[in-house]
Design a protein around this ligand. Sequence first.
Ligand code: ZN
Length: 370
Amino acid sequence: MTNTTLFLTDERTFWHCTGVQALFFPIGDWVEPPSGSYGADTPASKRRMLNLVRVSGLDKHLEERSATPATREDLLRIHPASYIDEFKRLSDAGGGELGLYAPFSKGGFEIATLSAGLAIEALDAVVTGRARNSYALCRPAGHHCLANEPMGFCLLANIPIAIDTIKARHGVGKVAVVDWDVHHGNGTQSIFYDRGDVLTISIHQDRCFPPGYTGHDDRGEGEGLGANLNVPLPAGSGHETYLQALDRVVIPALQRYQPDLIVVASGLDANAADPLARQMLHSDSYRAMTERMVAVADELCGGRLAVIHEGGYSEAYVPFCGLALLEALSGVRTEVVDPELGFFVPQQPDERMLKFHFELIEEMRAGAGL
Ligand code: ZN
């Protein structure tokens, strides 16, 4: 088996365009068009992350390439033909919107199938031993997309499509998804809610998105009962709280489930500078979280770990979080120094607040029977 970290990216995914918005609110009525930028989900955070991977020299230690788009057959494993056809028709007609906060422009369908294709290849390469682990810089993201409805910048369910495609190709048994995007992984949860062969875990800012959703007692149903877990954390949670949530809930849940493959739905929007959430992580947080995922994958499933890019909207800070994550994944440390660490570390919650956070985490651990 190779020891490579596969890094999947494609310039065309940066050409996906959500039209003119202020953050994610359509302009008009009382919403003034923003100056300069055209919304939250611009390519800038991803492109700048890719640029930092290259100027740091980390790319020399990765196998970097693109992948083929997901086929219609791949999409049909998750999405009904009616949704695929309507998305394609509107995309050809110039673009539009088919769900809550999920706009796209002409050609958005083809770019979304390419983004899903990057996720498929990330999983396939790991499962077949062509890479030790992998990272797919997907855009548009996927974890809010429901089977029949896009949502929250997500147009196709990248990870579910990838999981069911590699299951069909290679007969992979149990897969665990750890979603640490700051927003709830509602699409992935809903798609696998009644299935026991995929464990879905979401760590998210409580009630952030979908607005008002917590999910601490949603455990799955039918054959999926017990194979869904949510860890909603209060706004203002930082480095220690996230690591505690991994150590006390997420990793024990993975050890109980014994997956054959671990997939991380990696939003980088729980960082302290993100405009669409209010958490306090920094680059060393993503480094430490990834190191834990690498270790638990080594312990449980021969190191098989695929990381799929989800959200992250701070153009300035996503690159440092993404680079730290890739360094942990590949085991290569570049000489890049995160200039913002000295600003974000002193802002972390103190002992008094951590006590409160840790009590909540123990409550969730007990609720999950761990
Ligand atoms: Zn997000």
